[in-house]
Design a protein around this ligand. Structure first.
Ligand code: NAP
Ligand code: MG
Length: 480
């Protein structure tokens, strides 16, 4: 029998032009860093260097914060709200117009499949700007008093898993509410933020309203601790979130912290199993599992456990891993050598603690960072793979007998970002959702996002919400 396979369908990279070296975006211009230092950013699918990125030191952070302050005082806080909204609309339109360029650049720098950057990351980023553009002149209806005021200058720090989307989640609400920003993208994925800087220029955004400083964690710490900022908006690990909370304690700075997760995806025995299997795959293998709200703990009712597992393995056998720029690819590259090492370390802990590993049979490319889609069965609540965030394509499967037990197991975690429920009964969805301690709960679906819907966590998953009316409140001072 001849084997059936897909022909390669590579997205062209011709639309993207990457400079050899990037400066910092301060006061509306790209400038050489005072530090004089640059570091490489690589394509994780090939390990080839894409460009050199500036590393901002304290003198650079000073300049960026001063530019944001001047823009806030002289221009942005004085501008009529409807005018601010026009800039946001313009930015949203330009992101749409240049969406293919953004998508290709994101996949090159991050390693995520083009299908996801093209169909999810970039359209959602544009949607965030459109949504917040609409809010700019309606803030008096946002539930923050009759005349809510901006906070001032916001320091924003984002992770590498959804670089452009996380930028949009941060920048759009800040600008709509009249704040100015200094944003630090993640060290391994700065290129789309630097392309966004070009979009700000193209939109004619007043200089200094958005400043982008690149660098490693140390640059982020300089920004957090800078006396010239009024608020910190951070998305990243719980570990760094705790450091930030400690360092701003006692200051006047406010903070929103969007941190890690270890979501339960609960499959009841009356669920449509084939659909649930699709939801499980989407929940944990989307974006290589580099998702804070990934459904990384699968809780399956015991009497359907074997059926679910068998169907899941068949489905996982059809997942295509490989070149992120191939339109047929489902799983791309792991973002960095460090992240791959973390996934391997936690998976090895799963083996040594007695869980059973199964990986989908797939060939891993010889260059770059890769990990096959993997499930662990026989997992108990105490195993590290059931408690710690792996942030990779690794699923831990646990079972339960009663709804009560499902809820207890789901809530038995220091996190509380998201959860999924699969059942045929609406009443069971409502009963379960009301008992789960998670900020976002999906029912008979997973990983659905909308700018109008607030997103955020309980417990160690963070403080505050992003998106919707709740997200606006985090950038406003209420006043009458
Ligand atoms: P991370 O190590 O905490 O880094 C996040 C950002 O903080 C990066 O820009 C990082 O710079 C910077 N940073 C590192 N140390 C810092 C410090 N001491 N002070 C200030 N900034 C510092 O997290 P990550 O590994 O990039 O991202 C994965 C984590 O993000 C996961 O835990 C995931 O769950 C979480 N996440 C949460 C959400 C949410 O909405 N709740 C969304 C996405 C991701 P470098 O890049 O140079 O290290
Ligand atoms: Mg990179």
């Amino acid at each position: 029998m001849s084997t059936f396979d897909y022909a390669p369908a590579l997205e062209s990279t011709a639309i993207v032009s990457i400079a050899e070296r990037y400066g910092l975006f301060i006061n509306g211009k790209f400038v050489a860093p005072k530090s004089g230092k640059y570091f490489p950013t690589i394509n994780p699918a090939t390990e080839k260097v894409l460009a050199k990125i500036a590393s901002a030191n304290s003198a650079d952070v000073d300049l960026a914060v001063a530019a944001a302050r001047a823009a806030y005082v002289k221009v942005w806080s004085k501008m009529p709200a409807a005018e601010r909204g026009k800039y946001l609309f313009r930015i949203a339109r330009i992101i749409q117009e240049r969406s293919r360029e953004f998508a290709v650049l994101e996949s090159l720098d991050n390693g995520k499949p083009i299908r996801e950057s093209r169909d999810t990351d970039i359209p959602l980023a544009a949607a965030h700007f459109f949504y917040h553009a609409g809010w700019a002149d309606k803030l008096q209806y946002s539930g923050n008093g009759a005349s809510p005021k901006p906070l001032g200058v916001v320091g924003q720090i984002i992770p590498w898993n959804f670089p452009m989307l996380m930028l949009a989640w941060k920048v759009a609400p800040a600008l709509a509410t009249g704040n100015t920003v200094v944003l630090k993208p993640a060290e391994t994925t700065s290129l789309t933020a630097l392309l966004f800087a070009e979009v700000c220029q193209q939109a004619g955004l007043p200089e200094g309203v958005v400043n982008i400083i690149t660098g490693a964690g140390g640059t982020g710490a300089l920004l957090v601790n800078h006396p010239g900022i009024d608020k910190v908006a951070f998305t990243g690990s719980t570990e760094v979130g705790k450091l930030i909370a400690t360092s701003i304690a006692g200051s006047k700075k406010s903070a929103t912290l969007e941190l890690g997760g270890k979501a339960a995806n609960i499959i009841y025995d009356d669920a449509a199993i084939d659909e649930a299997v699709e939801g499980i795959v989407n929940g944990i293998f989307f974006n290589q599992g580099h998702v804070c709200c990934a459904g990384s703990r699968l809780l399956v009712q015991e009497n359907v456990h074997e059926e679910v597992l068998a169907k899941l393995k068949v489905r996982m056998g059809h997942i295509r891993l490989g070149n992120p720029l191939d339109k047929n690819t489902d799983i791309g590259a792991i973002n960095s050598a460090a992240q791959l090492a973390k996934i391997k370390e936690l998976s090895a802990a799963g083996d040594s603690e007695g869980a059973e590993r199964w990986s989908a049979p797939c060939e891993l490319p010889s260059q770059g960072f890769w990990f096959p889609p993997t499930i662990f069965t026989g997992v108990s609540q105490t195993h590290r793979i059931a408690r710690e965030e792996i942030f990779g394509p690794v699923l831990s499967l646990l079972t339960f007998r009663t709804p009560q037990e499902a809820v207890e197991k789901a809530n038995n975690t220091p996190y509380g970002l998201s959860a999924g429920i699969w059942t045929d009964k609406g009443s069971k969805i409502l009963w379960t959702a009301s008992k789960l301690r998670a900020g976002v709960i999906w029912a008979n679906t997973f990983n659905k996002f909308d700018p109008a819907s607030p997103f955020g966590g309980y417990k160690e998953s963070g403080w505050g919400r992003e998106g919707g009316r709740h997200g606006l409140s985090a950038y406003l001072k209420a006043s009458n």
